[in-house]
Design a protein around this ligand. Structure first.
Ligand code: GDP
Ligand code: MN
Length: 403
């Protein structure tokens, strides 16, 4: 689960990581008053307007704007609320922006070697070493992907001890390596320590600050976060009601949300073969074998062990509502899930929706005879259906059927 930047700032703030203050607006008319609020007391008003979407690359797309007047704030808000945000991290058609963050702009200190004092800082889990890892770079900001690609040596990676987490000496060493001036090393190290703590306590899968900056403030220099991105492990959300409440369902794939409500796991993919499967392991094997035979899965739909006939029918509805789906492969190994329940779900779906695309069914396991009989009797209603003897046969048939 992802959250918006403004929510990420609140979360950082709750761990005493410094962030500039701001507020969220949803209409163009609110831009001028929000600008006045953010710039109150500033001798030279400078405010930043930022589109809130679950994707990065906003700066380059024109969805992060520094403004000096209320009129410019309004113009920036108009642009962002009436254009879709397109970046390498969005679908080609872009994303609609419904909320804007209007915040005090930070005065980023210039770097002696050129550019500005922008750093990259993240904690994530490294699957290769099976440890949490701190990732940091002096080359933060909008070019970090490019840096990772062309100069990987400019990115530091520090594995964290599974029990004791990030150690003070590790954090200070990273802060020195990043080139923080001596008097700011402790501030930077402190932010790293807090971020690592937050990562574990909130069951994150990613906690990223980019950029972490050195800001010039009235009372000297301060290290602070001006953009952050978080992802959370959905399996941990039951114990984080506060985090779960931050979900913005309008930013998620509607089919995935619908499936979630029905207790189904559905992940939309880019191919054209819909896969209805029970169990994540079997889903993986099914997708592998489809690919081996030259096909591309359109989705991953796992009905799990206890799905009802209604849920199975809904599962087909979800798969068939994807216009990219040119054929459906049903691969069920009935254990707790009964094959006759699946078969009845197929028959119901055929009656309710009609299968216009080819359907290949491979059933095995609990109540398989009853399931096969149900399908046999309904054959006239499902002309595009073929039965398969095993998984290889099923994969070959569906790949041939969609071409
Ligand atoms: P992203 O492009 O979606 O990652 O959005 P960011 O919030 O990271 O902003 C992109 C870039 O805009 C940053 O790397 C900064 O260079 C610049 N920027 C963002 N906010 C501020 C600010 O408050 N002050 C200044 N001076 N620059 C900012
Ligand atoms: Mn950023």
């Amino acid at each position: 689960m992802k959250i918006h930047e403004y929510q990420a700032r609140d979360l950082l703030s709750s761990y005493n990581i410094p962030v500039p203050s701001g507020r969220v607006i949803t209409s163009i008319e609110d831009a001028a008053p929000a600008f006045k609020e953010a710039s109150a007391g500033m001798a030279n008003p400078l405010v930043v307007i930022k589109g809130q979407v679950h994707a990065g690359g906003r700066g380059k797309a024109g969805f992060v704007k520094l403004v000096k007047t209320a009129a410019d704030a309004e113009a920036a808000a108009r642009f962002m609320l009436t254009n879709r945000m397109k970046s390498p991290q969005t679908p080609p058609e872009g994303l609609e922006v419904k909320k804007l963050l209007v915040a005090q702009a930070a005065d980023i200190a210039p770097r002696a070697t050129g550019g500005a004092e922008e750093f990259y800082l993240a904690i994530t889990t490294d699957r290769a070493t099976r440890k949490n890892i701190l990732i940091a770079s002096r080359e933060g900001g909008v070019e970090i992907e490019e840096v990772a690609h062309t100069r990987p040596e400019a990115i530091f990676k520090v594995p964290l001890h599974p029990l004791v987490g990030l150690q003070g000496h590790q954090a200070r060493e990273v802060a020195f390596k990043l080139g923080f001036p001596a008097k700011l090393v402790n501030q930077a190290a402190d932010i790293m320590t807090k971020l690592a703590k937050l990562y574990v306590e909130k069951d994150c899968t990613l906690a990223e600050i980019n950029p972490l900056i050195i800001a010039q403030t009235g009372s000297g220099q301060q290290v602070m976060a001006i953009d952050a991105k978080f992802s959370f492990d959905e399996n941990g959300l039951f114990r984080h009601k506060d985090i779960a409440a931050l979900a913005d369902l309008t930013e998620e794939n509607p089919a995935e949300i619908k499936a979630q409500k029905l207790g189904l796991s559905y992940i939309a993919l880019d191919g054209n073969i819909g896969c209805l499967v029970n169990g994540a392991g079997l889903a993986m094997a099914t997708m592998d074998i489809v690919k081996i035979h030259g096909g591309e899965p359109a989705n991953f739909l796992d009905v799990g062990g206890g799905a009802t006939e209604e849920a199975v029918t809904e599962a087909f509805q979800i798969i068939l509502s994807d216009s990219k789906c040119k054929g459906v492969l049903v691969n069920i190994f009935g254990g707790i899930m009964r094959c006759d329940v699946i078969a009845q779900g197929i028959v119901n779906a055929a009656q309710k929706l009609g299968f216009k695309v080819p359907l290949v069914v491979r059933l095995e396991g609990t109540n398989v005879e009853a399931g096969r009989k149900l399908l046999e009797n309904a054959r006239a209603q499902i002309p595009t259906m073929q039965a398969a003897t095993d998984l290889t046969d099923a994969a070959k048939k569906i790949c041939a059927a969609v071409g």
